[in-house]
Design a protein. Structure first.
Lengths: 309, 264
């Protein structure tokens, strides 16, 4: 999604001189086109994420729309309090672009994983959280949101090619994207792992089960009413996210189910233990944490059997 | 319009007594600096003017000093000032930008300088002559994030950025040279590429002269290392750690007012 981000930002920046791009020394082979086209609107601030958010706060207060760029954990967790006391408290249009949610930086280890970013951002009122499922949706989401008045957190993946079949890059602020009409079970997914849920649905279809997928790309403030109305029509729901099971999409769904008193069972699929002492590529780690299509299908079958019995 | 340190000190003492809250020593420490900024330095036609100079009180716990200044400027009513720390008031121990005349909310140390650098950079990008002032406490220089901003400002030669360090040598639990040594303070800022000026933080005339001579169009960013006395103006508070948090008794209050009146 980095290429989609840079391409889209280049187009927007050509239209609107308020747009600036700041990076904390990351974005090799991703941001160069912007730096070349707009050298006076591009700042590599060095490896200093707290200062980057502070700068963006001062710039946004003066009328700019600064995009700040880093790997998810460095963009969100390191300067978290600066984000809270700066763009969020001051309601300023700072755009925090985090690359590589979940375990996309597989072999780099825990320091580079983004496993609680949605949880901590979702806890804050006044920030919009967007986690696209593929690069086409990332483009649509940026185009639909870039000039919102308050701050935005974009959780972008590294995958530049894979698309979610049937999504066609669709995104609308405050809306869900539903794929499929099956009513046996609902997958609720956030981010690129939506594709694994879709593959699981295909596997389950071969066993005669009709399941649906809903993608939550506008995660916060949550499209709670629409999601609740949908959850109310399913006996079983699996939340799917490359994130810790606590605080992210699964927790969001649990809140809605509990608060609305919905009669559906929720199974939260996500990372449930601290991934230390082991590295591997994303596919390996997703398999290990139950996020591969096979594991998701197996979890769905198990939940269906338990619910029926 | 001139504002004098004694005017701020009287209001600081009155309001902290009425609200029965502490942080008195820090507010008194910066009273002359804040009086100078609001009285003679900051170019602010109105708090809503986008072309106004920006000011960030990064050591937000000295907020009472700026509430007093905003009141004297006429941007804050007496009723608002008298609501300091009351239930439902916008005037808390730390400043909130929802209050007219406050550019940025602060309270967490180490955040003001990066924001001020952003304000200064914005002015440059917009070809504006406005300046960004940031007041930081000396203990705030314990925060690594402050030095991130210091490096950025020097690298980009943000000549329209002026930092003032309230060098009173004290922090919440002790003296700075016991907690985490800051010296040589001036040499540190100089080594980071800043234009450094050592000043007496209670000499408004000298400070005004120093600020007036700063080149805010070209060259490096500026810092005034302002030597101050914590609790300045109230003899029993001066240099005493306990007045970081302690509120006054009736007797202490009367004495403080008498001493401040005597210097006015």
């Amino acid at each position: 999604m980095r290429a989609a981000f840079t391409t889209t930002l280049l187009e927007l920046a050509a239209r609107d001189s308020r747009i600036l791009l700041l990076t904390a020394d990351l974005g090799y082979m991703a941001l160069e086109r912007f730096a070349e086209k707009f050298p006076h609107r591009f700042f590599n601030v060095g490896v200093a994420e707290q200062n980057m958010i502070g700068l963006a706060t001062g710039l946004a207060e003066a009328g700019f729309i600064p995009f700040v760029y880093s790997i998810v954990t460095f963009a969100v967790l390191r300067p978290y309090e600066f984000i809270r006391n700066g763009p969020i408290q001051h309601r300023l249009p700072v755009r925090i672009v985090g690359i590589g949610g979940g375990v996309e930086y597989g072999s780099n280890g825990l320091s580079h994983y983004g496993l609680e970013d949605v949880a901590v951002m979702r806890a804050q009122p006044g920030i919009t959280v967007i986690a696209p499922a593929d690069h086409q949706q990332a483009r649509s989401a940026i185009l639909a949101s870039w000039d919102l008045p308050g701050p935005i957190y974009y959780r972008l993946g590294k995958d530049e090619k894979t698309v979610v079949p049937g999504l066609d890059g669709h995104f609308e602020l405050g809306k869900l994207q539903r794929l499929g009409e099956g009513s046996d079970l609902l997958f609720v997914a956030m981010g690129t792992v939506a594709n694994a849920a879709l593959a699981a649905i295909r596997e389950l279809a071969m066993q005669g089960l009709a399941c649906s997928l809903v993608i939550v790309a506008h995660v916060h403030p949550a499209p709670a009413r629409e999601l609740g109305d949908l959850l109310a029509t399913f006996p079983i729901v699996l939340s799917v996210e490359a994130h810790y099971r606590v605080g992210g999409l699964g927790s969001l769904v649990a809140e809605i189910v509990a608060e609305r008193g919905l009669p559906c069972r929720l199974v939260r699929c996500g990372v449930d233990s601290m991934p230390t002492g082991v590295v591997g590529n994303q596919a390996y780690l997703h398999e290990r944490f139950g996020l591969s299509s096979e594991k998701l299908a197996a979890t769905a079958l198990k939940a269906l059997k338990q619910t029926i019995s | 319009m001139g504002i004098y340190g004694a005017q701020l000190r009287r209001l600081i003492i009155e309001q902290s007594k009425r609200a029965h809250v502490g942080h008195i020593g820090s507010a008194l420490s910066v009273a002359d600096i804040v009086a100078l900024l609001y009285g003679n330095v900051l170019r602010i036609s109105s708090p809503e003017d986008p072309e106004r100079d920006r000011f960030i009180l990064s050591n937000g716990h000295a907020a009472l000093s700026i509430y007093a200044a905003l009141f004297l400027k006429g941007w804050l009513s007496k009723e608002q000032l008298d609501s300091f720390c009351a239930d439902g008031s916008a005037l808390g121990v730390h400043p909130d930008r929802e209050l007219r005349g406050v550019d940025f909310s602060t309270g967490s140390l180490g955040q003001g300088l990066p924001i001020a650098a952003g304000s200064a950079l914005a002015a440059r990008l917009q070809s504006s002559s406005r300046r960004a002032f940031v007041l930081v406490s000396d203990a705030e220089c314990n925060e690594g994030s402050l030095w991130e901003g210091v490096m950025f400002a020097a690298h980009h030669r943000l000549s329209n950025l002026i930092a003032i360090v309230d060098l009173n040598g004290q922090q919440a639990l002790g003296y700075t040279n016991h907690v985490l040594s800051l010296e040589p303070m001036s040499a540190r800022w100089r080594a980071f590429g800043w234009d450094v000026h050592e000043v007496n933080g209670h000499d408004m005339v000298a400070m005004q002269k120093t600020v007036a001579e700063l080149d805010t169009v070209s060259g490096p960013p500026h810092v005034l290392i302002a030597r101050t006395i914590f609790g300045k103006g109230v003899s029993y508070m001066e240099g005493q750690i306990k007045w970081h948090y302690w509120p006054m008794s009736e007797e202490e209050y009367s004495q403080a007012l008498r001493e401040i009146e005597a210097t006015a």
